[in-house]
Design a protein around this ligand. Structure first.
Ligand code: SDX
Length: 431
């Protein structure tokens, strides 16, 4: 197919720039500027990478205007309805839906890796009782590079495969250990007769004194939430994993970097911030006051769980989670949850407000998810950890795609320098 080009006139230059336009399978075309500096001594400028495609990827597609989210081409709505998190993990990792045998083998492999090295478990004793679970999660995942030396060779396909299965399997165990540490209860080992989400609930809520029955509704809700959180294109934490991994560092350290990025309240930390915001708002009569705060340029307060860099329409995941909220709360016998009612009222008022409509600010994935987690008995400080469990599949899939891409090079952006020009040192007695 003939190549497409665009011409860009540059002031004080006679010849226009000619840059190739590349078309993907879905989504906007891109202007290839990879040789722009080398051939024209020019940088592009795009703080926050609002208009920048940092890589080529086959994993996830988002259309922010139409509210479309596809995992390897499959609409997230269909996967949420008919698939399971482990099957979606296989799809994101390998690119195709597995047949029955492939899924069984994959699931069995994941189950074999659920336990932690006992030395890693002892690391939890070093944390204060009130350490934030995300601090523990990033530290323990980073420590995996000190334990699992057999999967540090990024050039070995076998090592990459074991790493992928190992970290997906261990995230729930690490999350549960962080939770048990924070509530002063003994760690509960995984039970491999249970499925992925049942095992997580077992490790969270069982105690040595009694085996707790697993709530099937809770397991179903978690499985859905993990599917919806599994991947989201080049979001902040995934881009962080790609950037860290591009230096050739071991995969555990790259994932630990992603966990740190996810923790921010502008990103995955928003689900925890939404619950705290709803509790602070307290009652419906305070909603208008907080909507005004969110609109006030001089007030740093933002409506947490609202707005998105890509979705300028309703986040398709938020729609599904909102429905699941009602189902979980009805089955938990707390259908009239004041928090959910407050969230629904807040959403209705915000979506009628010109400020939110003009800026295309809609509820995102984080707006309702915390209400479900809370209904399942998971504390607010653990919400972003739950997000990380689902997103680890996406991080690993993107890391593998980046590592195995022959065009990958170390990520090293440039800058627009606005600092002082060259000047000479002045001795302290002359300052
Ligand atoms: C996630 O990227 C992903 O895919 C992320 C994610 C994933 O799955 O990985 O989807 C998960 O991180 C969801 C987002 C969770 N964060 C929050 O809910 C925090 C609250 N939202 C915002 O901070 C904000 O909306 C962002 C960070 C999500 C997006 O910010 P952008 O794209 O950089 O947009 P912006 O900050 O430039 O906002 C545009 C305008 C600004 O006003 P002006 O300066 O143009 O006058 O909208 C305003 C903002 O002030 N605005 C808000 C707002 N979000 C944006 N005003 C009030 N409340 C908000 N929530």
């Amino acid at each position: 197919m003939d190549k497409k080009y665009c011409k860009i006139e540059i002031c004080d230059r006679t010849d226009p720039l000619e840059l190739e336009i590349i078309t993907g399978n879905l989504g906007p075309d891109v202007i290839d500027i990879s040789n722009l500096y080398q051939e024209n001594s020019l940088f592009t400028y795009d703080p926050g990478f609002v208009s920048t495609a940092s890589c080529q990827s086959n994993i996830t597609f988002i259309d922010g205007d139409k509210g479309i989210l596809l995992y390897r081409g499959y609409p997230v709505e269909e996967l949420a309805k008919s698939s399971t998190f482990i099957e979606v993990a296989y799809l994101l990792l390998y690119g195709e839906l597995p047949n029955k045998n492939m899924l069984e083998d994959f699931s069995d492999s994941i189950i074999q890796h659920t336990m932690l090295n006992e030395g890693m478990l002892r690391l939890f004793n070093g944390f204060r009782y009130d350490a934030h679970p995300m601090a523990m999660l990033s530290a323990i995942v980073g420590s995996m590079s000190a334990y699992y030396h057999d999967t540090m060779d990024i050039n070995s396909a076998r090592a990459r495969e074991i790493f992928a299965h190992r970290i997906i399997a261990k995230l729930p165990t690490i999350a549960a250990a962080a939770y048990k540490h924070s509530v002063g209860q003994p760690f509960v080992y995984p039970l491999n007769t249970l499925n992925y989400c049942e095992n997580l609930l077992h490790m969270f809520f069982s105690v040595p004194a009694e085996q707790r029955d697993i709530d099937p509704i809770a397991a179903e809700a978690l499985d859905l939430l993990f599917i919806l959180h599994a991947d989201h294109e080049q979001n902040c934490s995934t881009s962080t994993v790609r950037m860290a991994g591009s230096s050739g560092t071991n995969p555990y350290s790259a994932i630990a970097a992603g966990i740190s990025a996810l923790w921010g309240p502008a990103h995955g930390g928003a689900n925890e911030a939404v619950l705290r915001m709803l509790v602070e708002i307290g009652t419906k009569k305070n909603i208008e006051k907080y909507i005004d705060k969110a609109k006030d340029k001089d007030d740093p307060f933002r409506l947490m769980g609202f707005g998105h860099r890509v979705y300028k329409n309703y986040d398709p995941r938020a729609k599904i989670i909102r429905k699941m909220c009602h189902k979980v709360l009805n089955q938990k016998g707390s259908a009239d949850s004041p928090l959910l009612e407050l969230a629904i009222e807040l959403e209705e008022i915000a979506l009628k407000d010109d400020y939110f409509r003009e800026k295309n600010l809609y509820p995102n994935v984080d707006f309702y998810s915390g209400i479900i987690y809370q209904a399942l008995g998971i504390p607010t400080s653990m919400f972003t950890v739950m997000f990380a469990i689902g997103r680890t599949v996406g991080w690993v899939s993107h890391w593998r795609e980046m590592i195995t891409d022959p065009n990958t090079k170390i990520s090293r952006p440039r800058q627009l320098y606005t600092g002082p020009e060259k000047r000479n040192y002045i001795s302290i007695d002359k300052r």
